[in-house]
Ligand binder design. Structure first.
Ligand SMILES: *[C@@H]1O[C@H](CO)[C@@H](O)[C@H](O)[C@H]1NC(C)=O
Ligand SMILES: *[C@@H]1O[C@H](CO)[C@@H](O)[C@H](O)[C@H]1NC(C)=O
Ligand SMILES: *[C@@H]1O[C@H](CO)[C@@H](O)[C@H](O)[C@H]1NC(C)=O
Ligand SMILES: *[C@@H]1O[C@H](CO)[C@@H](O)[C@H](O)[C@H]1NC(C)=O
Length: 190
């Protein structure tokens, strides 16, 4: 009886407000850029919390206390009729064990849940080690900050388009789009 009471003490804080419990990816999982990446979760229907009918999954990186969004994976998921989602992992850098997913309802970071970290390898399967071996607080959980690799321009440098003037106006737009415009929930980019 006292054990059950103790257990409820431990379980309540983490499940009280979350109705999505991530299942995979799990520790050690490696996916390749351009390959299907399966995300799965369980729904918790035991509590009184409202089901998530407008869930967003974000691809994240960074330390536990300063997560930064890489991109939004999918929006407007109804968790009452789905327990998994598959997408093609994007081209990212570095190809390290630093990525994780965040589940949020209505795009609000409060009440979010997270998967463990996993690796997005390069298209050919190469990986590198995370930049940091410890969290800022000292916990031995490696981490790093990941970014999307913008698709290479397929337009060859031609004499008509000046390579000095053209790339500049397009790049900040692309960076803005990926890192800020999609509604960064948990970090303040510079
Ligand atoms: C949090 O992460 C962002 C993105 O990587 C970085 O620019 C910023 O300096 C970090 N802030 C702190 C307090 O570490
Ligand atoms: C889940 O239900 C919503 C309506 O609540 C619907 O729009 C959506 O297509 C359904 N998804 C699946 C996978 O059945
Ligand atoms: C649904 O979630 C999106 C973020 O993915 C948010 O912008 C929107 O306001 C939410 N809709 C409602 C009705 O809360
Ligand atoms: C991938 O790794 C292989 C073997 O370690 C190496 O020969 C190759 O150059 C690497 N490719 C890239 C793109 O880094």
């Amino acid at each position: 009886m006292s054990i059950r009471w103790l257990l409820s003490l431990f379980l309540l804080p983490s499940f009280a407000c979350a109705t999505i419990k991530p299942v995979s990816p799990g520790p050690g999982d490696v996916f390749r850029s351009g390959s299907p990446c399966l995300i799965s979760w369980e729904t918790d229907r035991s509590g009184s919390a409202q089901p998530w009918r407008n869930a967003t999954i974000y691809l994240m990186s960074g330390s536990n206390l300063n997560m930064s969004m890489v991109m939004a994976v999918v929006e407007h998921l109804d968790e009452t009729n789905m327990t998994s989602y598959s997408w093609l992992c994007p081209n990212v850098t570095p190809n390290a064990d630093i990525y994780f997913y965040q589940f949020s309802n209505n795009g609000i970071s409060t009440g979010s849940t997270w998967t463990s970290r996993f690796t997005i390898a390069s298209y050919s399967g190469n990986t590198t080690l995370p930049e940091n071996s410890k969290q800022p607080g000292g916990a031995p959980i490696p981490w790093g900050v990941g970014h999307l690799v913008p698709p290479k321009s397929t337009i060859p440098s031609s004499p008509i388009v000046s390579p000095r003037s053209r790339p500049l106006p397009t790049r900040p737009c692309e960076t803005l789009h990926h890192h800020q415009c999609m509604g960064d929930a948990s970090s303040t980019d510079t």
